[in-house]
Design a protein around this ligand. Structure first.
Ligand code: 3PG
Length: 207
């Protein structure tokens, strides 16, 4: 599956920082029940790769990808685990080239017009916009849509229940990413029903 196809599956990609393999399947099930089947597990905990393996094995409907991919070694491990996608916070040409060479769908982050030029040079047309609210939010995305009308984005960073619809209403936004649908406190309290509800609200908006 190409990265653009993946980003069309769900209107929200939960960004998850997990250190507990025991509860990870319940969490993944809760998110999938709300229609959020594309899960970004950030490489910010020592257990992240193990968590991804567990979710892949126990929750087959989930598309499990790695976030915060910053090094070649991490790309190699993602390849070994046959992950569904990889996300980086920024765009560094050698790392992005290595990610593309891996064959795993890749979503690097951009925040400026210069970042966009480098993305286009690599043949990329689907990007993370990060950190979305700090880097200009919907105003910036609309402005980037002028010169770069064919590029599609997954804004991430500072997105929540209150502002997600504003991002999702833009023509150049495919989905949003964020931790609010499964915050650390919701996970700690095993609030699986609330996590399902938060994901469902984004995926089934009242129009
Ligand atoms: C990310 O890792 O992509 C972002 O830090 C998620 O941002 P959020 O916690 O503001 O949703």
């Amino acid at each position: 599956m190409q990265i653009r196809e993946l980003l069309n599956i769900s209107r929200v990609i939960p960004v998850l920082e997990l250190d507990d393999t025991a509860t990870a399947p319940d969490l993944a099930e809760a998110l999938c029940a709300g229609g959020a089947t594309v899960l970004e597990i950030t490489l910010r905990t020592p257990a992240a790769f193990e968590v991804m393996e567990v979710i892949k094995n126990k929750v087959p409907q989930a598309h499990v990808g790695a976030g915060t991919v910053n090094t070649q070694a991490q790309i190699d491990r993602c390849k070994e685990l046959d992950l569904a996608f990889m996300v980086s916070p920024g765009l560094h040409t050698p790392l992005a080239q290595a990610a593309l060479d891996s064959g795993i769908p890749y979503l690097p982050g951009v925040a400026t017009a210069s970042d966009m030029l480098r993305a286009i040079d690599l043949g990329l047309d689907t990007l993370k916009f990060f950190p979305a609210t700090a880097a200009g939010g919907t105003t910036m995305l609309k402005a980037l849509g002028g010169p770069y009308g064919d590029i599609r984005f997954c804004p991430t960073g500072g997105i929540n229940s209150d502002n997600c619809e504003e991002f999702l209403s833009l023509d150049n936004v495919l989905c949003v990413g964020g931790s609010w649908v499964a915050s650390k406190s919701l996970i700690k309290n095993h609030s699986w029903e609330e996590i399902t509800r938060l994901a469902s609200v984004v995926n089934n908006p009242v129009r």
